[in-house]
Design a protein around this ligand. Structure first.
Ligand code: DOR
Length: 437
């Protein structure tokens, strides 16, 4: 089927600009991009006034399958992804069993194929069971389809094990994604250490718990030559460490999640477990530093850390609630409202951090609009406003602290492999959906 995106504003993520052009899709690929393409014999989509962007890629998502299907499944998580404008997600390995065997990788890829929604790139465990002791069989996992390695959810405690893991990952050409947390320093903590934690009588997690491991892993990247990507940066000190590492030419990249550049620890006031996340929401100074890191290029990627948990699991005392915020269905609106409308990032810069940059770090296709490339396309209406409402979610879980927040800049079409899977915030194929839709 030939389909023409007519009259839109294309986002040139690599060049950093916007330009007026038509875009023709044929048989799952971009067939042509030109100022004016004739509409004879093709289906026409009028996208005037809208941004036509390369398909967005979220490189930090918890899909929960296998093992925790009451929170999310690959089908419901990829439904949430396409509803949120994402054409691809990278799935973290902290499932049950952990994604540390080729069998689990095959299962994930097969379920993703059956769901037929966003592409799913498996991230496999760095160590067996993510226990931080024995290395996972990285060569076999890479051959099965692992795009990266991570023990996300925890840090590798031992610098010796981390060093070996990075050497091994480098030898199979994969990036290591580091969850940076000194578990001795963070032990017992439920939120950021500071005045709010004191007021609430909750144990705090100091910024240094993150920064110590960011520093360690940067030193190990330097020693091993392994590409290192720092997950969910939340503190001013981490931003500074990454900035310095980049200035020294080290192979280090970093990501930040919307909740870390929008909310402070004050969101926890009232003991709202929907604001409980790891790393925790930090101080206003940290939020400003993360924003500065996004603006000056220190932070390459915006990733959601989509971490679904069932309502009954979050509906407990703050100390006992699991950490996590879902992000797939709110990310674009939050990024546009908070970073683009405010002038911190241009639309092309914001979109590069959600497409080109994650594609380059993971070494997967996509991330640019070019003739011959895959027709993975996200159309965003920069003028459209929406009030975030968990009742509209396609994902199974709705744990997030942004209910009723107004955002501006909304994904209105998600196309994957040349097929329109979301239009006007509704999935076009609802048969295996999760919750809200
Ligand atoms: O808040 C979080 N939730 N942070 C993590 O690192 C893991 C994640 C999860 O799996 O729930």
């Amino acid at each position: 089927m030939r389909l023409l995106f007519k009259g839109g504003t294309l986002v040139d993520v690599a060049g950093g600009g916007l330009y007026r052009a038509d875009l023709l899709v044929d048989d799952g690929r971009i067939a042509a991009i030109d100022r004016e393409i004739g509409s004879e014999g093709v289906e026409v989509l009028d996208v005037s006034g809208l941004l036509v962007a390369p398909g967005l890629i979220d490189m930090h998502v918890h899909l929960r399958e296998p093992g925790h299907e009451h929170k999310e499944t690959i089908a419901s998580g990829t439904a949430a992804a396409v509803r949120g404008g994402f054409t691809a997600v990278a799935a973290m390995p902290n499932t049950e069993p952990v994604a540390d065997s080729a069998g689990v990788v095959r299962l994930i890829l097969e379920r993703a194929r059956q769901a037929g929604r966003a592409r799913v790139y498996p991230i496999c465990a760095l160590t067996k069971g993510s226990c931080g002791e024995q290395l996972s069989p990285m060569e076999e996992l890479a051959a099965a389809g692992a795009v990266a390695f991570s023990d996300d959810g925890r840090s590798v405690r031992s610098a010796r094990v981390m060093r070996r893991a990075m050497e091994y990952a480098a030898s199979v050409g994969r990036v290591v994604i580091a969850h940076c947390e000194d578990h001795d320093l963070s032990a017992g903590g439920a939120m950021h250490e500071g005045a709010v934690a004191t007021r609430l009588g909750l144990h705090g997690i100091p910024a240094a718990a993150e920064e110590i491991v960011v520093a360690r892993d940067i030193l190990l990247a330097e020693a091993t030559g392994c590409r290192l990507h720092i997950a969910h940066v939340s503190t001013a000190g981490s931003v500074r460490l990454v900035r310095e590492a980049k200035a020294r030419g080290l192979p280090v990249t970093a990501e930040a999640a919307p909740h870390h550049f929008i909310l402070t620890d004050e969101a926890v006031l009232g003991y709202d477990t929907n604001a409980k996340v790891n790393p925790p929401l930090r101080s206003a100074r940290d939020v400003a530093a993360v924003r500065e890191g996004l603006a000056d290029g220190t932070i390459d990627v915006i990733a959601t850390d989509h971490a679904p948990h069932a309502a009954h699991e979050k509906d407990v005392e703050f100390d006992r609630a699991p950490c996590g915020i879902v992000g797939l269905e709110t990310a674009v609106g939050l990024v546009f409202a908070e970073l683009v409308e405010t002038g911190l990032l241009s639309p092309a810069q914001a979109i590069a951090k959600m497409s080109l940059n994650p594609a380059a770090i993971l070494g997967v296709e996509g991330g640019r609009l070019e003739a011959g490339g895959p027709a993975d396309i996200t159309v965003i209406d920069p003028a459209r406003k929406e009030v975030i409402d968990r009742a509209s979610f396609a994902g199974k879980s709705t744990n997030m602290p942004f209910q009723d927040r107004e955002v501006k800049g909304i994904p209105v079409i998600t196309m994957v492999r040349g097929k329109i899977l979301m239009r006007d915030r509704l999935l076009t194929n609802r048969q295996v959906c999760g919750g809200g839709q």
